[in-house]
Design a binder for this molecule. Structure first.
Ligand code: GLA
Length: 378
């Protein structure tokens, strides 16, 4: 009897809690895309295992948190046209389908770039550089074929990627040495002819260097003066703990906006690792010690470093939110830390922590920090 009485008392005491857990609905958590809506699109690059749905956890984060996508690799010319006239659209088609199925803003990256471009693009059958006319024809064919295929579906294109050096001079790429600086307006013209409704962008890194920034402004003005369409400058955001400073980044954003284009923060990630020196010497034991020094957080970030990382990423997002009148899109260069190219660049085999979601696809503190900042600004 005593036992039954005790049981009854326990049940009565537990009732409010049982009731509570059984009827309370899961509080819907605000996502990045919800919090930032009305300010700018928040995007991510997708790798092929996400595009094909194999990385199910990654795909879940992408569909829940982001409203814009770009392909990390599969739309680069070496993948789309590995041989002259032989296009391979398998992965790119799947990527564009994914974006459409999930109602996302799809960016095509990238049409003309000196890197990840097949060697045949610039050479004849005996390996000599082709003429200006032939290279222009190849550019036209590549751009027209790719942009027409996704007409109306890919909403914006990185037409030209990384055409300038940090001091603002033209990069000595094959496009430049064979065609001259006209390769840029030509590329914009071919893209616009193929899809007049698509937005067109120039994309580059280190645009916070004054020389590069000013040359891009000049390029934008010249393109516009020639009656060509350019909608935005893409500012790759491959940033580190000690570069760039926020004022320089903002100065570049302001200059592009003043030139009459929008800003896209593209390829954003913040490396938590020290920046390697270019020359270490040849001594093997020195190299070994140096490699360890450059890869200090193989077992996780110490709290102090994680906090410094969060604060720095937060200050960039605050800058973006405060300047959302100029910014159309902010795109992270990958979903989880495990996906990032920074684990292998500029030094292979490191453990970096540059993105918003950790290696288990869990949101880092920064995600709620960004959401709070966006809500403050609603
Ligand atoms: C550049 C390119 C990107 C990517 C990164 C490294 O920023 O624009 O497509 O290749 O380098 O991953």
């Amino acid at each position: 009897m005593k036992l039954i009485k005790q049981l009854l008392i326990m049940m009565l005491l537990c009732l409010p809690f049982l009731n509570c857990t059984s009827t309370k609905k899961e509080e819907p958590k605000t996502t990045l895309k919800d919090a930032l809506s009305g300010k700018f699109l928040i995007g991510t690059a997708m790798n092929s295992s996400q595009i094909w749905g194999k990385d199910t956890l990654g795909v879940k984060v992408i569909t829940q948190q982001f409203d814009a996508v770009v392909a990390e690799n599969c739309m680069k010319s070496m993948h789309l046209q590995p041989k002259d006239g032989e296009f391979d659209f398998k992965d790119a088609d799947q990527f564009v389908d994914f974006g459409e199925r999930n109602n996302m803003f799809i960016t095509g990256h990238c049409l003309i770039w000196h890197s990840q471009v097949p060697a045949w693009f610039f050479t004849d059958t005996v390996g000599k550089d082709v003429s200006k006319e032939i290279l222009t024809e190849r550019m036209k064919n590549h751009i027209t074929t790719v942009v027409s295929r996704y007409k109306g579906r890919v909403k914006g294109w990185d037409v030209v990627n990384e055409a300038l050096n940090d001091d603002g001079t033209y990069r000595n790429s094959k496009f430049y040495t064979i065609i001259g600086k006209d390769f840029i307006p030509l590329a914009f013209k071919f893209a616009h002819d193929a899809d007049p409704d698509a937005e067109l962008y120039y994309n580059d890194y280190n645009e916070w260097y004054a020389g590069k920034r000013d040359s891009i402004v000049k390029m934008v003005i010249q393109l516009k003066d020639q009656g060509l369409r350019i909608d935005a400058v893409g500012m790759q955001g491959h940033i580190g703990m000690d570069y760039p400073n926020l004022e320089d980044y903002k100065a570049a954003m302001d200059s592009f906006a003043a030139a009459g284009v929008k800003v896209m923060v593209t390829e954003l990630e913040l490396s938590a690792l020290p920046t390697p020196r270019p020359n270490v010497g040849a001594n093997i034991s020195d190299i070994e010690i140096y490699r360890k020094e450059m890869n200090p957080y193989t077992d996780g970030l110490p709290d102090s470093v994680a906090t410094a990382w969060t604060n720095r990423m937060a200050s960039f997002f605050k800058l973006f939110i405060d300047n959302s009148d100029k910014i159309e899109r902010v795109t992270l260069w990958g979903v989880s830390d495990a996906d990032s190219w920074k684990n292998d660049f500029p030094m292979p085999g490191r453990t970096d922590y540059p993105l918003l979601f950790d290696r288990n696809h869990q949101p880092k503190t920064i995600v709620s920090t960004i959401i709070q900042e966006a809500k403050k600004n609603k």
